[in-house]
Design a binder for this molecule. Structure first.
Ligand code: AMP
Length: 527
């Protein structure tokens, strides 16, 4: 017999189950209602996409792409993968012709198998793969030549060349892609933009206003409010206009939603990080300044000076704060168009009565942002207090192969937003169980089944015990389940064609005919 073991949810993931799941549904339903009142419609995209979609849009030098993505090769060529793993470990020495002969045959065998699965269509016939196969052939004959030369000359200087060619051979083996390289989405903007382009949504009238709700995946260090599978609710506006009124409307919608769900102790932070005309100049200036103080910065910031300069401004290290505060600020280096856009956005926010704080260091981690960036923080969450992040991304559609298009969007972290709501206050009453059917005696069972169906058809939540229970136990369970009513069906009731309805809160009891019962409970439900 198999050893007994318990399974647990994977580190950084969790189950959302009753009663919390009702809260989640209520939260998501509120988002749907608010977003649809702003004429947004929902879009559902796959949870995995080509890795390069994320690498290209989010940026290769970001933490997400660099170290947090769940990436896998999608194929079923398990035997070939094993063969490759074995071959990349093999280091046949110079001078042992027998061993090298075996190695050559193994490589040849591997290359032949690649040819066969490519011809069968099991493996994609990509230019990269044919190049890799070609290189393997070339390196193999180079190795063969060096082996022959060594046998003739016994010259140890060949050792160096041999090692280099062997190394290149191993790289080429690794270059073979058995299948598509895919990633579980770490965020959804890239997917929405991909879908926008793929389905030609630019031909639709007006802007495309889309929202999504679903899980995202990032391999982060789990802690309170930070998970490896977490949930976002996001919205995107894509189209020809970049009017500041769009940014303002998106922010208004976000805050209306937060108010609706009782997330009120929040702060909106706002910034503009310029466009492709002014930002590079600013980043260059920032980099120059940072290089001057490099020695005083920690290793992360030192690295970011060269790889993702703006991210240095995100640093939370206490000793770096006074240095960062003295750095040049983007607001003084925006081009005229960006400065005007930002000023108009602030006017629009004033018009809508939206309070915000400017934060020149709010750059957001991802490469695709331009101009407007924003973040909302909430109380009661400790260090992971950002509940929403977003901004404008005017170049992204083009970067992913579409026509020049403007875009703006945000993503709310549902896990954190719900945590903050739960910490702060009394939760709204959620619809629970309406009727518990207390049937007694086998003869009453058909009546119980039939009335349960009718009540459910009328939209009531009904619990019908699958097995007969003693009267007291039955009412006890109804109470524990939080039912509003117990519907008592005994042999008396069946004989007289009536039902006894007991309100559990005050034990008020009435005898009703089926028609009166349905009418009474339905009017209750409608409130
Ligand atoms: P980002 O685009 O990374 O700023 O993500 C937007 C929002 O998603 C953040 O403000 C968080 O609320 C939430 N979020 C991001 N990563 C995680 C995570 N690992 N666990 C939980 N929530 C997250």
């Amino acid at each position: 017999m198999a050893e007994k073991r318990e399974f647990r949810a994977i580190k950084g993931t969790r189950d959302i189950f009753p009663p919390d799941s009702s809260l989640w549904n209520w939260f998501e339903q509120a988002a749907r209602e608010v977003f649809e009142s702003y004429n947004f419609r929902d879009i559902r995209t796959p949870v995995f996409e080509e890795t390069s979609l994320f690498a290209r849009s989010i940026g290769a030098d970001t933490d997400i792409v660099g170290k947090e993505m769940y990436t896998f090769e999608d194929h079923d060529l398990i035997e070939l993968e094993r063969q490759r793993a074995h071959l990349t470990m093999r280091q046949p020495p110079l001078g042992n012709l027998n061993d090298f002969g075996v190695y050559e045959r193994e490589i040849q065998d591997f290359v032949d198998s690649l040819g066969r699965v490519t011809a069968d269509g099991e493996m994609a016939n990509t230019p990269e793969n044919s190049k890799a196969r070609e290189r393997i052939g070339q390196f193999l004959s180079r190795l063969n030549m060096l082996q022959q030369q060594f046998v003739e000359s016994q010259s140890t200087v060949l050792q160096h060349d041999y090692q280099i060619v062997l190394g290149n051979m191993i790289y080429s083996l690794r270059d073979v892609e058995f299948g598509d390289v895919l990633t579980l989405r770490p965020e959804a903007t890239a997917s929405v933009v991909r879908a926008y382009i793929e389905h030609g949504m630019h031909t639709l009238p007006g802007n495309a206003k889309l929202y999504y709700i679903g899980p995202m995946f990032r391999r982060e260090r789990p802690q309170k409010g930070r998970y490896r599978q977490f949930y976002q609710i996001g919205a995107e506006v894509l189209g020809q206009s970049d009017a500041p009124a769009i940014d303002a409307e998106v922010l208004e919608m976000l805050l209306v939603f937060f108010k609706r769900v009782g997330l009120t102790r929040t702060t909106l932070y706002l910034n503009s990080i310029g466009c492709k005309d002014c930002r590079p100049k600013y980043v260059e200036m920032l980099r120059e300044e940072l290089r001057k103080v490099k020695d005083q910065l920690g290793p992360d910031s030192q690295r970011r000076i060269e790889t993702n300069t703006l991210r240095v401004l995100d640093s939370k290290l206490p000793e770096e704060q006074p240095i960062i505060e003295r750095l040049p600020r983007i607001s003084a280096h925006l081009c005229d168009a960006c400065r005007e856009h930002f000023a108009k956005l602030k006017e629009e926010l004033k018009l809508r009565g939206i309070a915000y704080k400017e934060n020149w260091r709010l750059v957001r981690g991802l490469d695709y942002y331009t101009r407007t960036t924003f973040e909302v923080t909430a109380e009661g969450l400790g260090s992971q207090n950002a509940v929403c992040g977003g901004g404008r991304y005017d170049g992204l559609v083009e970067l992913l192969g579409g026509q020049p298009t403007k875009g703006i969007g945000f993503a709310i972290g549902s896990d954190r937003a719900i945590l903050s709501i739960q910490e702060g206050r009394k939760l709204p009453p959620l619809p629970g169980l309406s009727v518990f059917i207390a049937w007694m005696g086998a003869k009453t069972y058909p009546t119980a089944v039939s009335i349960a169906k009718k009540l459910r058809d009328a939209g009531l939540a009904v619990e019908l015990p699958p097995e007969e229970m003693k009267f007291k136990k039955s009412l006890g369970l109804a109470d524990k389940l939080g039912a509003r009513y117990a519907l008592i069906i005994g042999e008396d009731e069946v004989a007289s064609g009536t039902f006894t309805l007991k309100r559990l809160a005050d034990a008020d009891q009435q005898r009703l005919s089926e028609i009166d019962l349905l009418e009474y409970l339905e009017s209750e439900r409608r409130g």
